[in-house]
Each structure stands twice: as structure tokens, then as C-alpha cells.
Design a protein. Structure first.
Length: 261
């Protein structure tokens, strides 16, 4: 019975992969049809886009701009995570502080990214710091909310029991805090990456001097449609890579860890 179930799951997985492949082919076909209908200037064909992408890679421009985007993302997401994590812990344990932080939280969660980008440009001008600042400001409120909810969800009876049995700080961390908050910590990390990459690329487009977003802006400014599509494809590939390589494994590990505890 167990072997049969595993076999069925494997078949289902292969079936889903096949359907994904079919969807990809349909997307390519629609892209090609649009290119033929509207012309290469408005919609460069897949082959033209791939050729342009290969040329950018050969020149070293692709790797250079990708590297800068990853630096911007890592810096901004790290700062945003640390800031949101710290504020979330404080607000979770001190509910009065949560009310003080509320206005900042709502501004961060509701303000459109372009508004934050314009204000950041007004304060800091154009450059890498502005992009990192924008990414941090977009990700911090998401991390804050997730961590605060994790702290609030800690069972008070477990806390009292730990005091009775005189748990050390390490035992409290290992047996109470981490199990209760692991899902929220992972969720905050994934939010920081998922929303951070969007904020980073947008920030580079609006106020950056390097990175994939800046390269996209430069291509648009020169009316080089093939490069616009090439850099757009790079953005999509980068976001998908982060999802597959980091976000999904983190979520999977979190679920397995909770089951094992």
C-alpha cells in the first residue's frame, strides 16, 4: 500500500511537471504570435530576446548587474529583517509598545512602493543607499507583523511551567520560543525575500545607478526593446530562482521541523 501511494505521488508529480511544460510552450507560442502581430520593435521575439540575453552575458554585463541586485537585496532584506524582528519581539512582549508602533506599521504596510521611493530619492538622492533603504523599509513592516504574532502565540501556561521547573534561558529558547515562533520566523524571512526582490528591482529602476532594474531603465531610455525584454526576463528568472532555491526549501524545512518537535 505504501509503495503504491509513493508511486501515485511520483506519477502525479511528473504529471504536474508535464502540465507546467505545456503551459510554458503555450506562453512561448503566444509571445511569438504577439511578436509577429505587433512587430519586433514592440514585442521582440523569444529568439531575439535570448540572443540579446546571450550577448549581455558574453560582455559580462548580465553577471555584473545581477550581482549588484543581489547585493542590494541581501543588504536591504537583512536590515529590514533585523529591524522588523527586533521591533516585533519588543511589541510582542510589551503590548503598550505595539500601540506606539502601530502608526509606523500601517504607513509601511499601506504606502505604495512608488511613494516610498520618491520620498527616499528626496532624502538621499539617487544611488545604492536609496535602493537598500527602500528595500529595508518595504520588508521591515512585514517581518514586524509576523514576529509579533509569533510572540503573542506563545502559550502562557508553558511559560509558567518553565518558570516552575526553572528552565535556563537556553532551555526556554530551545523548547518554548523557537518551536512557537519557527513558522513566523520562516514566514518573515520568505516575506523579506519575496517582497524585497520586487522592491529592489523597482528601486533600481527608479533611483538606482546599478543593478538589473537600472539596466532595465537604461534599455527603456534608449528604446532598445530587445534589451528591455532581456532584462525583464532576467528579473523574472531571478525572482523564480529565489522562490525555488530559498523560499520553498525554507517553508518545507519549517513544516518538517514542526512535525518532528
Amino acid at each position: 500500500m505504501k509503495t503504491s501511494t509513493i508511486h501515485q505521488k511520483a506519477l502525479a508529480k511528473h504529471g504536474f511537471l508535464f502540465l507546467n511544460f505545456i503551459g510554458f510552450l503555450v506562453l512561448l507560442a503566444l509571445w511569438q504570435i504577439l511578436s509577429i502581430t505587433l512587430g519586433e520593435f514592440l514585442v521582440p521575439s523569444p529568439s531575439t530576446t535570448i540572443t540579446t540575453l546571450a550577448r549581455l552575458a558574453t560582455k559580462g554585463v548580465l553577471l555584473q548587474e545581477l550581482s549588484m541586485t543581489l547585493v542590494h537585496l541581501a543588504s536591504g532584506a537583512f536590515i529590514g529583517f533585523i529591524l522588523g524582528f527586533t521591533m516585533g519581539l519588543i511589541a510582542g512582549f510589551q503590548r503598550e509598545v505595539d500601540h506606539i508602533f502601530n502608526p509606523f506599521k500601517w504607513i509601511g504596510l499601506t504606502a505604495p512602493v512608488p511613494v516610498i521611493a520618491v520620498i527616499a530619492m528626496l532624502w538621499f538622492g539617487i544611488g545604492d543607499f536609496t535602493v537598500v533603504f527602500l528595500t529595508a523599509l518595504v520588508t521591515a513592516p512585514l517581518v514586524y507583523v509576523s514576529i509579533k504574532e509569533g510572540v503573542i502565540s506563545i502559550d502562557l501556561e508553558l511559560m509558567e511551567m518553565a518558570k516552575v521547573y526553572k528552565f535556563t534561558p537556553w532551555m526556554m529558547l530551545r523548547h518554548i520560543y523557537i518551536p512557537a515562533m519557527i513558522a513566523n520566523i520562516v514566514a518573515s524571512l520568505t516575506h523579506a525575500l519575496e517582497f524585497g526582490i520586487r522592491a529592489t528591482v523597482f528601486g533600481e529602476f527608479m533611483c538606482g545607478k546599478s543593478g538589473v532594474g537600472y539596466a532595465l531603465f537604461a534599455a527603456w531610455y534608449r528604446l532598445s526593446s530587445s534589451e528591455v525584454f532581456a532584462w525583464a526576463l532576467t528579473c523574472i528568472f531571478l525572482a523564480c530562482s529565489i522562490e525555488v532555491i530559498i523560499v520553498k526549501p525554507l517553508k518545507s524545512w519549517s513544516l518538517k521541523w514542526r512535525v518532528q518537535q
